[in-house]
Write a new protein. Structure first.
Length: 440
């Protein structure tokens, strides 16, 4: 009962932060998180779209993506951390599993998508340069950086911009047509975009921090290039907002998730939070959550350790530890109830040496369902705590719900444990050192 009361208070505080932000009330940063603007962003973008039609942010993102996608065969999306992980999650969850390899018709005529500027890796960058050059097709760049000064992304942008210019012929004067920047209102990337003459520059809104920005132009621009349904994505998130605002702890799934995680930490010492995804398509979405949780709540020597697993793959590696290792884990299953496409049966065979004819009528989803049930039973028998999150199916709408669910849960948990989820001073420390070392 105490926890339910605290969760309710935390929810009220999160809603009050969002309201203060929406009202544009100036509050000292140390008192109210500056980045509460993510909360009603989906609602605001949808309302803007309904009211302003082609002049709205959403319509402009779609138009720019349609234009670029008509002109290029591939696009390289540059960005790191919150400026990268949501786009990758969207691609892996909502597109063909071999998206970059299939024929254009199977990509609905949309460009291939590669990610760079998300690491410092000479070999990976070199291989991408070679790939783009050897293919000889037209390609474009989307550069995403809220601050505009992140070295990994900036260096990759400079290098690939140089290649793009060379591929176009240095006098073509068309460079800006093939570049879409997504950045803050000011900063180095913004200035560079102006100098390049880019006409389609999208903004990472004030008050929306990197890892909370997947439903802004940061995630929407790559999603639009992939031809995804942006309105469904935002509608899913808006529906989660509605649920969050209108339900107390007894029925509010965001508060219930936070409650379970918190109780397991407090009562059982479950400081490792495993997001156990049942399917490859959710791996990147889970890694997006890894970043959200770690960077938001890993402060002041507290904060759970997130861990992504993909099952059944990782039952053959981490599974041993989860079943019999230290009792420091809460395993949350992320389960998609319906496969998006037809179910494949095992089938019968003249070659029954594998003994599978007995299972001939079983499908891959049947095997997965048995694996989920069997794994949870084994954990239960060993007194290992689990929780389940179900997505009815995997599409833009449910992914929008998932993103918003996790972002809300993270800020509620921050309020509950007295940690400001916004900002990432620990990340800034390495950046400062790296820049100083490079300029020595
Ligand atoms: O969540 C965050 O704020 C970070 O992960 C940032 O997204 C990341 O550091 C990239 O920053 P920027 O978009 O300014 O390049």
């Amino acid at each position: 009962a105490d926890l339910a009361g605290h969760l309710d208070e935390a929810r009220d505080e999160v809603l009050a932060d969002a309201q203060l932000w929406a009202d544009g009330v100036e509050v000292p940063a140390e008192k109210v998180p500056l980045d509460a603007g993510f909360h009603d962003l989906p609602d605001r973008l949808l309302a803007d779209f309904r009211t302003n039609g082609p002049r709205s942010e959403l319509a402009r993102i779609k138009a720019a993506a349609d234009r670029l996608s008509g002109e290029v065969d591939s696009v390289v999306v540059l960005g790191i951390g919150g400026s990268y992980m949501g786009a990758r999650a969207l691609l892996e969850a909502c597109c063909h599993q071999y998206y970059n390899e299939v024929e254009p018709a199977m990509r609905r005529g949309r460009p291939r998508m590669y990610f760079e500027g998300n690491n410092v890796d000479n070999d990976a960058l070199l291989d991408l340069q070679r790939l783009l050059q050897s293919r000889g097709d037209q390609w474009g760049l989307v550069c995403i950086s809220k601050s505009g000064g992140t070295l990994e992304t900036a260096a990759a942008f400079r290098i690939l911009l140089h290649d793009l210019k060379a591929s176009l012929g240095k006098d073509s004067g068309e460079l800006a047509k093939f570049v879409i920047p997504v950045t803050g209102k000011t900063g180095k990337l913004f200035e560079l975009s102006q100098a390049l003459g880019c006409k389609e520059v999208f903004e990472v809104p004030d008050g929306v921090g990197g890892r909370f920005s997947v439903l802004s132009a940061v995630g929407l621009t790559p999603a639009a290039l992939l031809g995804l349904d942006l309105e469904r994505l935002l509608a899913g998130a808006a529906a989660m907002n509605e649920h969050f605002r209108n339900n107390g702890p007894a029925t509010n799934i965001v508060l219930q998730y936070v409650g379970v995680c918190h109780l397991m930490e407090e009562l059982r010492g479950c400081y490792t939070r495993v997001l156990s995804t049942w399917g490859k398509r959710l791996e990147a979405a889970s890694l997006w959550y890894d970043q959200l949780l770690a960077e938001s709540l890993g402060k002041h020597e507290v904060g759970a350790l997130p861990l992504t697993v993909v099952n059944t793959r990782d039952l053959h590696s981490r599974g041993q530890q989860h079943q019999e290792g230290a009792r420091d884990k809460l395993i949350t299953n992320l389960i998609v109830d319906q496969p998006s496409r037809g179910a494949i049966k095992v089938g019968s065979s003249d070659l029954n040496q594998d003994g599978l004819n007995e299972l001939a009528e079983k499908s891959i989803p049947n095997i997965l369902a048995a694996a989920i049930e069997g794994t949870n039973l084994a954990y239960r028998e060993a007194n290992r705590p689990t929780a389940d999150i179900h997505l009815p199916q995997l599409d833009e709408y449910t992914l929008g719900q998932f993103f918003q669910f996790m972002m809300l849960a993270t800020v509620v948990e921050g309020r509950l444990i007295g940690i400001n989820p916004y900002g990432q001073p620990g990340v800034e420390a390495y950046k400062k050192n790296m820049n100083a070392i490079l300029r020595r």
